[in-house]
Design a protein around this ligand. Sequence first.
Ligand code: NDP
Length: 380
Amino acid sequence: MAHPDQQPERPAASRRDFIKRTALGAAALGLPGRSIWQPSPLASPIKRRQEERLGYALVGLGNYATYQLAPALQQTQHCYLAGIVTGTPEKAERWKAQYNIPERNIYSYDTFDEIAGNPDIDIVYVVLPNSMHAEYTIRAAQAGKHVLSEKPMAISVAECEAMIAACEAANVHLGVGYRLHFEPHNREVMRIGQEKVFGNIKAVEAGYGFRIGDPAQWRLRKALAGGGALMDVGIYAIQAARYTTGEEPVSLTAQEVKTDPEKFAEVDETLFWQMKFPSGAVSTHTTTYAAYVERLYAAAERGWVELSPAYSYGGLAGRSSQGPLNFPQVYEQALQMDDFAECVATGRKHRASGEMGLQDMKIIEAIYRAVESGGSVEIG
Ligand code: NDP
């Protein structure tokens, strides 16, 4: 049920005023921000007045939008669910009733570009199959809307670059749905690694995988998914190595295994890869659609830190060589969407930026190249 405090009927002008009052202006988008690895404060708990919230439109009403993002938007402080974009008319009716979304804020993929003229929608959140992220991000930017794209940001480096260019040209913010940057256990690992709490990080082990079901789903079709487990969940392990070390890998090796070549005819099932970092740190990774794997372990000179489960929506737990990590479970998606809304309002760059998504895609492409070549590949 939509919370009564979240009714989307409100004068758009007041939110526009909020943006005008608080934005640093267009030039702020180009200002050098914090290092992408520097932890930024979690979204402030200050409760904004309802009319000051920014409006999100969710594009693609699948599992993630339905069971995570829409409920999260009922818990946010700085934003609310203002609109939807869907190719399924029954979903439009259901969401309209459930979240009290006005007819004028409901779009299909054909009418999507008309969103340009809708002052209720400030931010478009693209939650479509991976190969559609680039198109809808670029169309949203061209419509003058700020954009959050789900992970993976797109299915190629070229697409990520085109998305960044489109958002820069339109002077709108671009973020990627890396919710773990707003999750306290992962933030503690970032702090321990990047602030060298136990000395330099020497080795990272990070793996994420699950047993995928329905063989007909888009995640197994290359044209829609771009790749398999690596693009879908292996990307969390790449992120983990990057945010634990605070460094960018320079080279990698990779190996592929398929235990079910029929089901995984188009995309990767199980991949292992190993990365080298400028400091001499090394990382080793697993991703798979064949088994449940969810772990992050980092060994430093004088201690270690471990998370397991490490990347889920809840139930995360961890320990370090100094004892258990005692952090609250948070609503990752609510914090992430609030933070992006604050970025739009203040001009601050979102820490899960388009550049961060692009770098992950460079690593993904390098992993596929390393599987092909069987040797070490430079990441460029
Ligand atoms: P679903 O398959 O559940 O939903 C995708 C939705 O996209 C569909 O319901 C449909 O919505 C729309 N769509 C439009 N065209 C197509 C098409 N050709 N085939 C299939 N769907 C289409 O996927 P998820 O919600 O699980 O994933 C969506 C995105 O979110 C992915 O990029 C995924 O990586 C990401 N994700 C991120 C998570 C995170 O933790 N950050 C977790 C889960 C997913 P409609 O009927 O409204 O048109």
